[in-house]
Ligand binder design. Structure first.
Ligand code: TRP
Length: 323
C-alpha cells in the first residue's frame, strides 16, 4: 500500500495457530514488509493486563509473539517492531485523549457491553478494560497511522480511534492526528480440525509451534464417516477441505475423491504436509526462543525508533493544548 503508514498491534495471548497465521499474522507481515512508508507492528502487552495478571505468563507470551513474527518473516529493516510497554509516550497520550473521549463512546464498546449484559452490572469491569479503546487510539494516533490491519472483531476500536482523532482535530481546528482506517484482510475464518471455525475455545486448532508428533496426533483425530478406502469421497468432507487448505498434492487429492485412498492414509499425508510446511518456521522459532537476547535486542532497537515518532506527536499535541 503506497504512501500509507501501516500499524497493527498484537495481544500476547500465546499458542498461535493456523487460524491466527492466515487471518492475522501473515497479512500483517505482508502489508508491513511491502509498505513504502514506515510500518509498525507492536506487542500490546499493556492491553493484555486487563485480563492477564501472571507476570511469568505475560513475559513468556510476549516472547512467543515476537518469535512468531520474526520466524514468519517480519522484516525488521522495514518494520518498526516493539513492545507497547517500552513507549511511555503512548500512556501519556492516552491520558490526554481521555479528555476528548465521551464516556458514552466507551459504553458502546463491544467488549464492555458483552460483560455488562452477561453480569447485569459492570462492577467487575476494570478501568483497563473500560478504557481499552482509548489506549488503542493512542497506539494508533501516536504513530500517525493511516491503515490498521485488524480482524473484524477490532473494527469498532478503529472507528473509535477515528472518532477521538476527529473530535480532537475539530476542537482545535488543526489536523494534529491522521484519521486511521481499518483494513479487514480476512473475513472468512479458517476451519478447524472439527469443521467449526478454528479457535482456541473449540480446542480444534493446529498450533504453529507444537511438536510434529502432537500435530500428527491431532490430525489423526479429525472426524470422518465410515466410507471404505474404495468409496468415492465428497469434496465437502472436512478432510478434503483441510487437504486443500494445506495444498496436499493434487493428484493425491483426486485419487482420494475417486476412491483410491482410505481416511487413515489421507490423514497421515495431511499431517506430513502440515509438518513439512511448518518445519522451517518451527526451527527459526525454536532458535529464537533458545536465545531470547536476540529478541530483546530487536525489540529494544524498535522501541528507540518508535519512541522518537511518538515523542514528536506528543510534542505537537502538547503545543496545541497549551501544555
Ligand atoms: N486490540 C487488539 C486485539 O485485541 C490489539 C491492539 C492493541 C491493536 N492496540 C492496537 C490492534 C492498535 C491494532 C492497532 O487484537
Amino acid at each position: 500500500m503506497l504512501g500509507k503508514t501501516i500499524l497493527t498491534g498484537v495481544k500476547p495471548t500465546g499458542n498461535p495457530h493456523i487460524g491466527n497465521l492466515y487471518g492475522a499474522i501473515l497479512p500483517a507481515i505482508e502489508l508491513a514488509n511491502n509498505s513504502d512508508r514506515s510500518s509498525y507492528i507492536f506487542i500490546a502487552n499493556i492491553h493484555a493486563l486487563n485480563g492477564v495478571k501472571d507476570p511469568v505468563f505475560l513475559k513468556d507470551r510476549t516472547y512467543e509473539v515476537a518469535a512468531t513474527f520474526l520466524s514468519f518473516g517480519l522484516d525488521i529493516n522495514k518494520t518498526i517492531f516493539y513492545k507497547q510497554s517500552d513507549i511511555p509516550e503512548i500512556f501519556e497520550l492516552t491520558s490526554l485523549l481521555m479528555n476528548y473521549t465521551p464516556k458514552g463512546l466507551m459504553n458502546r464498546a463491544h467488549a464492555y457491553k458483552a460483560i455488562l449484559e452477561k453480569d447485569g452490572n459492570d462492577d467487575n469491569v476494570n478501568m483497563g478494560l473500560y478504557t481499552y479503546p482509548i489506549l488503542m487510539a493512542a497506539d494508533i494516533l501516536a504513530m500517525k497511522s493511516d491503515i490498521v490491519p485488524v480482524g473484524l472483531d477490532q473494527k469498532q476500536h478503529i472507528e473509535i480511534a477515528r472518532d477521538i482523532a476527529n473530535a480532537f482535530n475539530v476542537y482545535y481546528k488543526k489536523e494534529v492526528f491522521k484519521l486511521p482506517t481499518e483494513f479487514i484482510e480476512y473475513q472468512d475464518s479458517i476451519i478447524g480440525l472439527d469443521g467449526r471455525k478454528m479457535s482456541k475455545s473449540y480446542n480444534n486448532t493446529i498450533e504453529l509451534f507444537a511438536t510434529e508428533e502432537d500435530t500428527s496426533k491431532k490430525v489423526m483425530k479429525i472426524p470422518t464417516d465410515s466410507l471404505l478406502p474404495s468409496d468415492a469421497k465428497s469434496k465437502d468432507s472436512l478432510l478434503y477441505k483441510l487437504m486443500k487448505i494445506f495444498n496436499v498434492d493434487n493428484s493425491y487429492m483426486d485419487n482420494f475423491i475417486r476412491g483410491g485412498i482410505g481416511y487413515g492414509d489421507a490423514k497421515k499425508v495431511l499431517a506430513e504436509t502440515i509438518n513439512n510446511y511448518l518445519r522451517p518456521y518451527r526451527e527459526k522459532y525454536n532458535n529464537l526462543m533458545a536465545d531470547k537476547t536476540q529478541i530483546d535486542d530487536i525489540l529494544s532497537a524498535g522501541a528507540t525508533k518508535a519512541r522518537a515518532v511518538a515523542k514528536q506527536t506528543l510534542k505537537e499535541v502538547k503545543e496545541v493544548l497549551g501544555l
